[in-house]
Write a protein that binds this ligand. Structure first.
Ligand code: RIB
Ligand code: CA
Length: 333
């Protein structure tokens, strides 16, 4: 087998993060070096606990260590009474009661393992500095706070990063009409990463809404018949229970398992349809705060700084999940 792809995931585990973690730990082409956690879907204590639960559930506690990260965004909560500073976020409360998308405690059979003593940013810097240039891929699927902190604290890590595959952004919004949740929680962190010069792929809402799953897909996954398959199906339906504000009224409920699609693109880059472009984050405190602004103008006004997801191959994504869980079942027979 060709060399495994070395990745570090940064997560705010949540239901779709949990599916992403499962797939990263199942795919034999991925070497998951470790996981850092961040405040986002839930407070960082809970996102860390849920991450530990998933690592233990997958039986990978000996090789996959978990490092707790930032409990607040860089600056977006400093002003009182901002939407970001009230957690759970009132907008979510109004439209999707907190906890509906994401269980505060993912119901795994056991929870005994502990987080590592080092903080996320410290471990990220040490691990990247000890690696070769372009050796490690970062896959952040929550707010970008930890990545931005590490970059500002020690810019020497930037040439060490092969690629950053971000679940975030989009030409459409979910938490606001124009902002995607991960970016919206910490817009300044996203802009720091976008300006870093690292190769960036945005697994955006445009991609995750095209690469959706359905309740029928979840039941097909459950029919694989293993506890892992049942867990994946439950997590998909849990995320679906919260609905997806951008797809109200669709003929079949479309469940975007956002974070798992980002991991899929590590081994199948073709799963994302992308457009090379320049992109900035709206960090002004207006209606567009947290929006990712893709420059669609022809010609090159600014250097291209990312591959912006504009679509996805739903069938490839779906079969990737089914194939990995089926192979796992068959390997244990
Ligand atoms: O907007 C989708 C993103 O927000 C996903 O990463 C989900 O887990 C939440 O963090
Ligand atoms: Ca997430």
């Amino acid at each position: 087998m060709a060399d495994k792809r070395k990745i570090i995931m940064d997560v705010d585990t949540g239901s779709d993060d949990a599916v992403a973690l499962m797939m990263a730990m199942l795919d034999p082409r991925i070497d998951l070096l470790g996981v850092t956690t961040v405040n986002g879907n839930l407070e960082v204590k809970l996102t860390t606990e849920n991450t530990l639960r998933m690592v233990e559930f997958m039986g990978r506690q000996d090789s996959v260590k978990v490092y707790r990260g930032a409990d607040l965004p860089l600056v977006s909560t400093l002003l009182p009474n901002t939407e970001q500073s009230m957690h759970p976020i009132p907008m979510r409360e109004e439209k999707v009661p907190a906890g509906l998308h994401h269980a505060t405690h993912i119901p795994t059979p056991s929870f005994t393992i502990k987080e590592q003593p080092e903080s996320a940013a410290v471990w990220l810097i040490k691990t990247l500095l000890a690696s070769e240039d372009g050796e490690i891929t970062l896959v952040p699927v929550g707010p970008l706070t930890n990545i931005a902190i590490a970059m500002r604290a020690d810019p020497r890590i930037i040439p060490k990063i092969r690629e950053i595959i971000i679940m975030g952004g989009g030409t459409e919004g979910n938490i606001t009409p124009c902002a995607e949740y991960n970016v919206w929680v910490d817009p300044e962190a996203m802009e720091i990463v976008l300006q870093s010069g690292c190769p960036i792929t945005l697994c955006s809402l445009d991609s995750t809404h095209a690469g959706y799953l359905t309740k029928q897909d979840a039941e097909e996954i459950r029919a694989i018949g293993t506890p892992k398959a049942a867990m994946a199906a439950d997590l998909i339906l849990k995320y679906g229970a919260g609905g997806d504000l951008s797809h109200e009224g669709a003929e079949v409920q479309r469940i975007p398992i956002h974070d798992a699609l980002a991991v899929c693109s590590v081994v199948y880059p073709q799963v994302l349809k992308v457009k090379e472009c320049n992109c900035h984050t709206d960090i002004s405190k207006g209606f567009g705060y947290g929006q990712t602004m893709m420059d669609r103008r022809e010609g090159q006004y600014e250097p291209h700084n990312c591959r912006f997801g504009v679509g996805a191959d739903r069938e490839l994504f779906r079969s990737w999940i089914i194939d990995l869980l089926t192979a796992d079942r068959d390997s244990s027979r």
